[in-house]
Write a protein that binds this ligand. Structure first.
Ligand code: FAD
Length: 303
């Protein structure tokens, strides 16, 4: 059956919402950094907070499942795609400054946030230099690295509940921990960060140095979703264990453990989600056999 016809119900539920594009059966692969994944039953891209509220509210009333995606930089979408509505936030990308505070909408790309803050002479966000994705994804994942994570910068987060109600949550109420936050099924609408004033050139040069250090050790040009596994206990490097197990360069189908950084599984040649999953399972088994450590997934899997 034609995909667009088969997928009509979830899309038609969202008909007529102003400032919102809706596509039935839209392929998700181009929406992810992996370039992998089947279609969404319906893909909605709201361009206003009102449109987002309406999408969430209608889905809630109709009992249609909703998933939210930003830049798809931490996602592995199954080859069969996903049921229900996928909300993509890329059209919500406002960024406003109030003194030392910056409020950024969920769909603003992280690199855009880093650049804007540096231009404004506001320091702190450069810790996120070189991390792809959006502000909403960075909040959901508490994105960061050696130079720090987003959580300590956050003052408050505006969210939307599954029934379309807007809330403002203080940072202390976000349950931030290593690469996670407790969103309680809410969608991030915007985040307000508290930053420090500094010379723009100094902030810019630190951002460049952090980006360059990442690019020197990680395969930033290859298709991936970043680190596949969480560092066990948040301390020992999963990449160190995978490398020590001799797995750099291991393949399954078109997926490969990056020879550059062992915690990256890259889409080397038309990989499928099944290839990535099979290789991740192989890595997990080998590391368990060799070191008695169970690796947990850091990337989010949509099956
Ligand atoms: C080359 C490369 C390098 C990377 N390096 C790092 C790194 O150094 N540090 C790091 O932390 N990460 C890194 N990552 C992973 C990724 O960049 C981060 O996790 C980023 O924060 C994901 O943002 P996103 O918008 O792409 O989220 P997505 O991949 O779209 O979504 C990830 C999760 O967040 C949820 N989500 C997204 N937006 C929202 C929203 N508005 N409201 C509620 N939930 C939402 C999704 O439902 C999903 O569960 C890297 C990825 C790549 C490809």
């Amino acid at each position: 059956m034609d995909l667009a016809v088969r997928h009509r119900p979830a899309a038609s539920l969202l008909e007529g919402i102003p400032d919102c594009t809706v596509r039935a059966g839209a392929p998700l692969a181009p929406c992810t950094t992996y370039g992998i994944g089947g279609p969404a039953e319906a893909l909605a891209e709201p361009a206003s907070v009102e449109a987002l509220r309406e999408v969430l509210g209608r889905c809630r009333d109709a009992g249609v499942p909703v998933r939210v995606m930003g830049g798809g930089a931490n996602l592995l979408v199954s080859d069969a795609g996903v049921d229900g509505v996928v909300v993509r936030t890329r059209r919500l990308r406002g960024c406003y400054r109030y003194g030392n505070r910056v409020t950024a909408e969920a769909g603003l790309p992280i690199p855009g946030l880093v650049t804007r803050c540096a231009e404004w002479g506001l320091a702190g966000a450069e810790a996120l230099a070189g991390i792809p994705g959006t502000v909403g994804g960075a909040i959901a994942m508490n994105a960061g690295g050696r130079q720090g994570e987003i959580a300590p910068l956050v003052e408050s987060v505006e969210t939307c509940t599954p029934d379309g109600v807007l809330r403002v949550r203080a940072a202390a109420d976000m349950g931030f921990a290593y690469r996670t936050a407790d969103l309680r099924s809410e969608t991030v609408v915007a985040a307000t960060l508290g930053l420090r004033r500094e010379d723009p050139a100094a902030v810019r040069s630190r951002a460049q140095a952090i980006h360059d250090a990442k690019a020197a050790t990680q395969p930033l040009r290859d298709r991936s979703a970043g680190c596949v596994f969480r560092n066990p206990g948040g301390k020992v490097g999963a990449g160190f264990l995978i490398d020590a197990a001799g797995l750099k360069g291991a393949t399954r189908g078109g997926a490969m453990v990056s020879p550059r950084h062992a915690n990256f599984i890259v889409n080397a040649c038309r990989a499928t989600a099944a290839d990535v999953t099979a290789l991740a399972e192989h890595v997990r088994e080998r590391v368990r056999e060799r070191f008695g450590v169970s690796l947990e997934s850091e990337i989010r899997i949509w099956a």
